[in-house]
Write a protein of this length. Structure first.
Length: 221
């Protein structure tokens, strides 16, 4: 029965996260939501579901999070010295699930049957080429800024997934320096969704609000 409750809990968590996750936005008008932007949302949902499962000792939630994450192809950003090993991966989530499963043979068997197909990589996806991912270590109170190229008429979605040690803030500014989106809700998973009428460069600020260093995985379409 414990295994059944685990999977039911994971299903309810996914439903709640997809339906009610807090997202900082600007007015979207009729902007296009691209497959890569949807991919950012699904990765963020996987991160939040994994955190939900850790808090409750729910192996099923970690397994579901791994399945959600494995569906989204991720392109690695390069060239700015920020390349580090991702800490949120399908394999790492399955490892956590195995620890939480303890001696539950049914859950352990499910994890082992999922490992190979989930960690092999995405062969085809409804998320297109997928979001761009960058992993960065931030010292206490450090601000990391980088530029992204927004396309007019397309929704730009940026998310920062912290490793859970500290609170992370996210700010997006337009080419003139005006703030167009800010997520400072005091959590580990800030996200901004903006809908620029015209294309152009935007500046993204990622801020570690804590007193210790942390890692962040940053995604954008």
């Amino acid at each position: 029965m414990r295994s059944g409750r685990t999977w039911i809990g994971a299903g309810l968590a996914v439903s709640l996260l997809f339906g009610g996750a807090a997202v900082a936005t600007t007015a979207r008008d009729e902007a296009v939501l691209t497959p890569a932007a949807r991919g950012v949302t699904q990765v963020l949902t996987a991160a939040e579901l994994a955190a939900w499962g850790r808090d409750r000792g729910d192996a099923g939630a970690l397994i579901m999070a791994a399945r959600l994450l494995a569906e989204v192809p991720l392109r690695q950003a390069g060239g700015d010295g920020a390349e580090e090993t991702p800490f949120l991966t399908a394999a790492s989530l399955l490892d956590e699930a195995a620890v939480l499963a303890g001696d539950n043979a049914g859950v352990i068997d499910a994890i082992e049957r999922l490992r190979d197909p989930l960690t092999r990589g995405v062969r085809s996806s409804t998320f297109g080429a997928g979001p761009v991912q960058t992993v960065k270590s931030l010292q206490a109170r450090e601000l990391w800024a980088f530029d992204v190229e927004a396309r007019g008429g397309e929704i730009l979605r940026v998310a920062a997934i912290g490793d859970g040690d500290t609170n992370i803030d996210l700010v997006v500014r337009d080419a003139a320096g005006a703030v167009v989106c800010r997520d400072g809700f005091g959590d580990h998973y800030p996200v901004c969704t903006v809908s620029p009428r015209t294309g152009g460069q935007m500046r993204v600020d990622i801020v570690n609000r804590g007193d210790i260093w942390t890692k962040v995985q940053v995604l954008s379409n």
